[in-house]
Design a protein around this ligand. Structure first.
Ligand code: F6P
Length: 445
């Protein structure tokens, strides 16, 4: 279970002011529970962990086995909420170099449909030429251009390379029950499909088949992931006292910081495996809160890597930021710094120490330096990188996001702003149905 510490924000905001959010948070929790707030048709994530059945997990694991048995590479085609959650979990739990090892017990997971780079797609299709590959096509709307484009290429290549019958077996669709082109194709081709519930938005969908299927295919235990999320659902429940509820405290603290001019939250890790947890978190908070000309800007850094690039800005730039650090208490492996008689690099003062001890001192030193430099600091401790803990972390962030959005006074469950670029792109590409927009945009060029 995670542990949240907000002590190092108290030089900047007061404990009393955070505690004073209790009533506001209670109201936000009630809006979520009773479905009386904005975006109330998208609350399916709220009690999702505790409602996932054993049968559903067994169905996912059975499909994952088909892909694992028949594929050396599996492509997860999706964008935003339709790939970030899966990638966040898979990368957090994977050996950093698995994909380079010769003896593989799990399929290589590759992501596509999250960009429109011709080089990326060309290089991917080239790489796949001699591979037994499968595809998980993930799109809630079933019409997202980036994903549909990649899937068109991958479907054709899979059928050409592996034959239509095998392709049918190794292509799985995760999409809406009825709507969208991905559903039409899956039904027509007879693919195995999983449904994304109507009332779960993309960025809250990691615990639906959107995240669970790829995570199971990659070889991780989705039962433990869901168990961790379910325990966190309890720990962050509306019946848990404000002071003991981590989602409530996190939501209150970040809103109090925002109201005091801290407009940017930087999610920090000291473990590169967590890079995609930050990417997932950025979409979750960015799409949920960045609207009506309001919202904390969610940013992220990987330390100590980025201390050597962004560290200067964070230490001495404009004081409009705060940090939320995810700290992993216990690493998976042991590696000690060797001693060296010549000591040419002068590192013998570290000899015999675990590498993680050096990392932890970098973490502590950074926290003290940044707080001294005027950066409020929250700390989330994860006991270990396991399915259970990651499941808990993801649900914690989701619950806090729902509360935080209501504290901010926005609808945390829509994303009208992302349509603007799509409309222009379709107009520029002369998509049927966009004739008027095409004319108007051409006149502006
Ligand atoms: O699952 P879909 O419908 O392809 O959408 C992918 C992503 O695109 C968005 O709809 C934004 O356009 C996100 O909210 C979503 O996670």
């Amino acid at each position: 279970m995670i542990n949240l510490n907000i002590e190092k924000t108290f030089g900047f905001i007061s404990k009393e002011k955070v505690s004073a959010y209790e009533a506001e948070v209670k109201a936000a929790q009630e809006m979520l529970e009773k479905g009386t707030g904005k975006g109330n048709d998208f609350l399916g994530w709220l009690h999702l962990p505790s409602s996932i059945t054993k049968e559903h997990l067994a169905d996912l694991n059975a499909t994952a086995k088909v892909l694992r048995d028949n594929c050396e590479v599996v492509i997860v085609a999706g964008i935003g909420g339709s790939y970030l959650g899966a990638r966040a979990v898979i990368e957090a739990l994977s050996n950093s170099f698995t994909w380079l090892q010769n003896k593989k017990t799990d399929p290589i997971m590759i992501y596509a449909g999250h960009n429109i780079s011709e080089d990326y797609l060309y290089e991917l299709t080239e790489y796949l030429k001699d591979k037994k590959f499968g595809v998980i096509n993930i799109s809630k709307s079933g019409t997202t251009t980036e994903t549909a484009l990649a899937f068109r290429l991958l479907k054709k290549q899979c059928e050409d390379q592996r034959g239509k019958e095998t392709a049918k077996k190794v292509i799985v669709a995760v999409t809406d029950a009825k709507k969208g082109a991905a559903r039409v194709t899956a039904d027509k081709e007879g693919y195995k499909t999983f449904i994304i519930p109507d009332n779960v938005g993309g960025r809250f969908s990691v615990l639906t088949p959107v995240g669970l299927l790829p995570i199971a295919v990659a070889g991780f235990d989705i039962e433990k992931l869901v168990a961790g999320a379910a325990d966190m659902e309890k720990a962050c429940g509306s019946d848990v006292a404000f002071a003991k509820n981590p989602a409530a405290i996190y939501a209150a603290t970040r809103n109090e910081l925002y109201r005091n001019g801290k407009k940017i939250e930087i999610l920090v890790n000291f473990c590169p495996k967590l890079h995609y947890v930050s990417e997932w978190w950025k979409q979750l908070y960015g799409e949920s809160e960045g609207k009506d000309n309001k919202g904390i800007f969610p940013a992220s850094v990987d330390f100590s890597t980025d201390l050597h690039s962004m560290g200067q800005w964070i230490q001495e730039g404009e004081r409009s930021i705060f940090e939320t650090v995810i700290s992993v208490e216990k690493v998976n492996h042991k590696l000690k710094v060797p001693s060296d008689e010549a000591n040419l690099d002068g590192l013998n003062f570290l000899a015999g120490k675990r590498v993680d001890e050096v990392n932890k001192m970098a973490e502590l030193g950074t926290q003290l330096a940044h707080v001294d430099g005027g950066v409020p600091n929250m700390r989330i401790v994860l006991p270990e990188l396991t399915e259970y803990n990651i499941g808990g972390l993801l649900y914690f962030f989701e619950k806090a996001c729902g509360i935080s959005g209501y504290l901010l006074g926005v609808n945390p469950f829509n994303q009208p702003g992302v349509e603007a670029y799509k409309k222009n792109m379709f107009a520029l590409l002369n998509k049927p149905g966009y004739e008027e927009e095409s004319k108007a945009i051409q006149a502006r060029l």
